[in-house]
Design a binder for this molecule. Structure first.
Ligand SMILES: C[S@@+](CC[C@H](N)C(=O)[O-])C[C@H]1O[C@@H](n2cnc3c(N)ncnc32)[C@H](O)[C@@H]1O
Length: 220
C-alpha cells in the first residue's frame, strides 16, 4: 500500500514514522510519502491560502493549490487513488472505515490548515471527507496520523502477533463491540483481585465471560 500525505508540515510526521508497527509495514514494502503543498503551489512566494469569499476570519487553503499537489503526485490519472480530505465535518472515522481503507492500494490524505480547505476539493477532487471526531484541531496532521495508524495496523506484518488485532475493539470478531477487559500479574494488587474466571483455566468459561463483557460494554 502507498499512503500519500499532503501537508504543509511533513516534519510533524517524523515521530510517527518511527513507530514500530509503521516501520514494520514500511519494511514489508508499503510506503508512506509526504507531499508539501508549498513545493508545488502555482502561486508565488509559496502561497497556499487566501481570504474567504463572503468575508470572515481566517484564511482558506486554495483548491488550485491542492489540485496542483495532486497533479504533481499522480498526473491526470487519479482513478487508482482513494483521495480523502480531512475535515471536522466529514464522515466519522471508525474501525470499519479503517478496514475499508486498508484494502486500497493507494490512499491520499489531504491535511487542511487555517479555516480549512476550499469546499471544491471535497466536491470535485476527493472521494471522501473524513473526520476523526466532533472537535476541531489546528490542522489535519494529527487526524492523518490517526487514520494512517489505524489503517497501517491492519496491514500484513504490522504487529508482532497478527492474532492480537483479530479481536480488537469494534472488529467483526466482536460483532462491532468494544473489546473485553484484560488483566495480568499480579493476581492481587493492593487488595484488587482479577475476575476468578480468568484464573480458572477453563477456556470455554473464559471465552463466554469475555464475549459477555464485550456485549455489555457495547450498551454503554
Ligand atoms: C482549524 S481546522 C478547520 C476547522 C473548520 N473551520 C471548522 O470549523 O470545521 C483546520 C484543518 O484541521 C483539520 N482538522 C481539524 N479537526 C479535525 C477533525 N476533527 N477531523 C479531521 N480533520 C480535522 C482539517 O484538515 C481542517 O481543514
Amino acid at each position: 500500500m502507498i499512503l500519500d500525505v499532503f501537508t504543509l508540515f511533513p516534519e510533524h510526521f517524523e515521530w510517527f514514522g518511527r513507530q514500530r508497527h509503521v516501520s514494520n509495514v514500511l519494511a514489508q514494502g508499503s510506503e508512506l510519502r509526504f507531499h508539501n503543498y508549498r513545493d508545488t503551489t502555482p502561486l508565488s512566494a509559496g502561497q497556499v491560502d487566501d481570504a474567504p469569499y463572503g468575508g470572515g476570519a481566517g484564511m482558506v487553503m486554495r483548491v488550485d493549490v491542492v489540485d496542483a499537489a495532486l497533479e504533481a503526485a499522480y498526473g491526470a490519472n487519479r482513478s487508482a487513488v482513494r483521495i480523502a480530505a480531512l475535515a471536522p465535518s466529514g464522515r466519522q472515522f471508525d474501525e470499519a472505515l479503517a478496514a475499508e481503507l486498508a484494502q486500497e492500494p493507494r490512499l491520499a490524505l489531504l491535511c487542511g490548515r487555517y479555516e480549512g480547505i476550499d469546499e471544491r476539493v471535497v466536491e470535485h477532487l476527493a472521494d471522501d471527507s473524513i473526520s476523526i471526531g466532533r472537535y476541531v484541531l489546528a490542522g489535519g496532521e494529527l487526524p492523518a496520523m490517526v487514520v494512517c495508524d489505524a489503517v497501517m495496523r491492519k496491514l500484513p506484518g504490522a504487529l508482532g502477533d497478527a492474532e492480537s488485532a483479530v479481536e480488537d475493539s469494534f472488529t467483526d470478531a466482536l460483532a462491532g463491540a468494544p473489546e473485553y477487559p484484560h488483566y495480568t500479574r499480579p493476581a492481587t494488587y493492593r487488595g484488587w483481585g482479577v475476575p476468578e474466571v480468568l484464573l480458572s483455566g477453563d477456556h470455554g468459561r473464559v471465552r463466554d465471560w469475555r464475549m459477555e463483557q464485550s456485549r455489555s460494554r457495547a450498551q454503554h
